[in-house]
Design a protein around this ligand. Structure first.
Ligand SMILES: *Cc1c(COP(=O)(O)O)cnc(C)c1O
Length: 395
């Protein structure tokens, strides 16, 4: 009885993995923030304040685009990050995940061309695959998406007569690789978009917490012609459980997002929007960010040190300047998907096999993604030692 599109709905290995995050298994699998970064007491105070101050309004249906005061506050927040925006450029979504889903609904037909980094964010692929698009992958190196390859691919697709719907990128501390796109590549990407009249989707959950002394300019801040659709989220800087995200884009596009969102859920939970509004107004989020930077930098360094200490020859990894993940390559003979069962059952350590982040079957067989934010410092050390032992068994 199920629709044909269900054939393209794949269970996320990440979500399956979350189930193992308990007990005696150390999991580097999920993508969860450290819960100590949630401003619990502040949110408790804000919750009572919101209910007392806004009363029934906070529990009522709301406008599809979002609570007007929050749209305004998010426009200011974006402006503080170099993005020119007013409330009309903002729609509040149920996490960035809803924005990804809305992008699919709005732009994709069967065989629509979408250009993505390869590897890329698994949840974006999950959202879009049901629309049966043609995914074109652009390889990455340690400076992000290789824009010279993008340029060549755009030329080739154009010659074929194919219309690219959008280019999707996580330019800062990418999920899964942890790589940040170099500044010249950001400019090159926008140049290519400008010359070929392309839309660019910039997914930016991590731009707020950069550990090293590097400069990141958001693509949206460089956007002169309204072609960048900017996605961000409260998940990594406030709370992922509140499920709050937002899109900053051209006003005309925001209207389309609102139309698609109406049919999906009418509005983002109103109470949660008020919590975020007060969180921004009181500077709770702004004050939380430096604490996150400090904690995650130390956790990243702990994981890098453990990798250095325990991993056998032939294993390599990225050194992320932000975000939550390190990307590991093991020798070609190891298939990380095959190793996972043993890693969990015998060595009590979990990770995400890298193949699922790739757009073609068979790619990334010897790669894995490690999360360094959720585990304790001790778990990071013990877990990486266990992982190194598992890898040795398979060498
Ligand atoms: C964590 C993350 C998000 C956030 O998704 P939410 O639905 O807002 O929780 C979005 N994009 C990427 C690439 C992420 O890693």
């Amino acid at each position: 009885m199920l629709a044909e599109r269900t054939a393209y709905m794949r269970a996320s290995e990440i979500r399956e993995l979350l189930k193992w995050a308990t007990a005696d298994v150390i999991s580097f699998g999920g993508g969860m923030p450290d819960p100590s970064t949630f401003p619990l007491e502040e949110i408790a105070r804000i919750s009572s304040y919101v209910l007392e101050t806004y009363g029934g309004k906070a529990l009522q249906y709301g406008q599809t685009e979002g609570v007007p005061e929050l749209r305004d506050e998010l426009a200011k927040f974006a402006t503080s990050n170099g993005i020119r925006a007013t409330a009309d450029n903002v729609i509040v979504t149920v996490g960035s995940q809803e924005a990804l889903e809305l992008l699919g609904r709005l732009f994709l037909d069967e065989k629509s061309v979408v250009v993505v980094e390869n590897p890329t964010y698994i949840a974006a692929l999950q959202s879009w695959r049901v629309y049966r698009p043609r995914l074109v992958g652009i390889p990455m190196d340690d400076r992000g998406m290789r824009t010279e390859v993008l340029e060549e691919q755009v030329r080739r697709l154009k010659a074929e007569g194919a219309r690219i719907k959008f280019v999707y990128t996580v330019p800062t501390a990418q999920n899964p690789t942890g790589v940040t796109m170099a500044d010249d590549r950001r400019r090159h990407l926008l140049e290519i978009a400008e010359q070929n009249d392309l839309l660019v989707v910039e997914d930016d959950p991590y731009g707020y917490f950069i550990f090293d002394n590097i400069n990141v300019t958001r693509l949206k801040a460089l956007d002169k012609s309204g072609r960048v659709i900017y996605l961000s989220t409260a998940s990594k800087i406030f709370s992922p459980g509140l499920r709050l995200g937002w899109v900053v884009a051209d006003q005309e596009l925001i209207k389309w997002f609102a139309l698609a969102k109406q049919a999906l859920n009418l509005n983002t939970p109103t109470l949660n929007q008020y919590l975020l509004l007060e969180g921004l107004r009181r500077g709770v989020i702004q004050r939380n960010i430096p604490k996150i930077v400090e904690l995650y930098r130390r956790k990243r360094d702990a994981m890098l040190a453990a990798l250095e200490a325990y991993m056998p020859q032939g294993v390599t990894w990225t050194r992320p300047s932000g975000g939550m993940f390190i990307w590991v390559k093991v020798p070609e003979k190891i298939d990380t998907r095959e190793m996972l069962g043993t890693a969990i059952a015998k060595y009590k350590v979990a990770y995400v096999p890298g193949h699922g982040f790739h757009i073609n079957e068979g790619e990334g067989r010897n790669t894995m993604r490690l999360n360094f934010t959720y585990s304790s410092f001790e778990q990071i050390d013990v877990g990486i030692r266990r992982l190194a032992d598992a890898i040795r068994e398979f060498l």
